[in-house]
Design a protein around this ligand. Structure first.
Ligand SMILES: NC(=O)C1=CN([C@@H]2O[C@H](COP(=O)(O)OP(=O)(O)OC[C@H]3O[C@@H](n4cnc5c(N)ncnc54)[C@H](OP(=O)(O)O)[C@@H]3O)[C@@H](O)[C@H]2O)C=CC1
Ligand SMILES: CC(=O)N[C@@H](CCC(=O)OP(=O)(O)O)C(=O)O
Length: 310
């Protein structure tokens, strides 16, 4: 049996990545629109309502419109945009976030694909909150650098046509980044982190880090306790790997670029009672397209890693 999949926004950066991962899979039939029709609401509605699964790779407003256009209650939706990540009625599509999350995704009709920055932040923080090592009211911060494809076609053009004349730039200076509600809600913390994102002159890949003053935390956990909590959380995951930090003195934005893996490491100094939690992923892999394909597999009851680059 084949399943019909329509990617709305298939000509965009994320849509193309997902189409690449689905190409050649005999169990999937891609429903496509001619280039002239890809923004025609009537044609999109026909495709949306004829598909078993729809993957929205659109700006937020167009994603909301696509959900309204989908009147067939049998059509299941994965939204890669920010529009529904904290919305009622949507299941958060991060299979590794909690032991029961993959089962919830399997059952869901509406799944929101996580943001790229939240994917790294939540992978590092959620298990430590769950284990009681970080109290929910703790003041957290997160920093990092993303490849410029994270900004879609517009930012790719900016970096490739010479408009962005920089190797590295910080942004999010209003402390109001669009991913903050998602980070707060799904980490189950009381306050959004102080978030310091940057974009680097690399096409794809990203690095996110969260510093922790262990000596100040109520339970004063050891470096080993932090590492063990993360290792336990992802022990069986083929996608998220907790790696040793011993002997590692540099981590690059490109570390897992071109793959759908995520690497987590705990760099600690026991004498100082400090750690740097570091995640690397590909903004277009586990940060977008890889996660969407993983969610499709899980929803459809297929091998969860089919089509992924691991
Ligand atoms: N890039 C990334 O790393 C990540 C992106 N995402 C999310 O995925 C979504 C898509 O992002 P991205 O692929 O980067 O963006 P792009 O700008 O590269 O692609 C968006 C695509 O949507 C098309 N589009 C816009 N409006 C409509 C409409 N009304 N009907 C049909 N198609 C439309 C655009 O058309 P046109 O080609 O004509 O402009 C474009 O092809 C966004 O919500 C983004 O936040 C999520 C995680 C990471
Ligand atoms: C480098 C860059 O600008 N990255 C984007 C995030 C990527 C993205 O499109 O966000 P979603 O994951 O929510 O879709 C940003 O910080 O707004």
């Amino acid at each position: 049996m084949t399943i019909g999949v329509f990617i709305d926004g298939a000509a965009g950066t994320t849509g193309l990545e997902i189409a690449d991962r689905l190409a050649g899979r005999s169990e999937i039939e891609l429903i496509t629109l001619a280039d002239a029709d890809r923004k025609n609401a009537k044609r999109r509605a026909q495709a949306l309502n004829s598909a078993d699964f729809v993957i929205l790779c659109l700006p937020d407003d167009a994603a909301r419109e696509a959900v309204e256009l989908t009147t067939n209650s049998a059509t299941r939706i994965i939204d890669a945009s920010t529009a529904h990540r904290v919305a009622d009625g949507w299941t958060y599509g991060f299979a590794e976030l909690d032991p029961a999350q993959a089962a919830a995704i399997h059952e869901a009709r509406l799944v929101s694909n996580p943001g790229c920055w939240p994917t790294g932040f939540l992978a590092l923080v959620r298990p430590l909150v769950r284990a009681g090592l970080i109290p929910p009211d703790w003041g957290l911060s997160a920093s990092g650098a993303s490849g410029y494809s994270g900004g879609g076609k517009a930012m790719i053009a900016e970096f490739e046509d010479g408009t962005a004349d920089t190797a590295f730039r910080a942004y999010g200076m209003s402390l109001e980044h669009k991913h903050l509600p998602e980070m707060q809600k799904h980490a189950r913390i009381d306050h959004a982190p102080i978030f310091q994102p940057a974009v680097a002159r690399a096409y794809r890949g990203m690095l996110i880090e969260v510093p922790l003053a262990l000596h100040a935390l109520p339970r004063k956990p050891s470096v080993q306790a932090i590492e063990s909590a993360l290792a336990d959380a992802y022990r069986d995951s083929p996608v998220v790997h907790v790696l040793p930090s011993e002997g590692v003195s540099l981590v690059t934005v490109e570390e897992v670029a071109g793959t759908d893996r995520m690497h987590l490491r705990v760099f600690g100094n026991a004498e100082r009672g400090q750690v740097r939690l570091v995640a690397t992923l590909d903004n277009l892999g586990k940060g977008a397209g890889g996660a969407a394909v993983q969610n499709l597999n899980i929803m459809a009851g297929l091998d969860p890693t089919a089509g992924l680059v691991l």
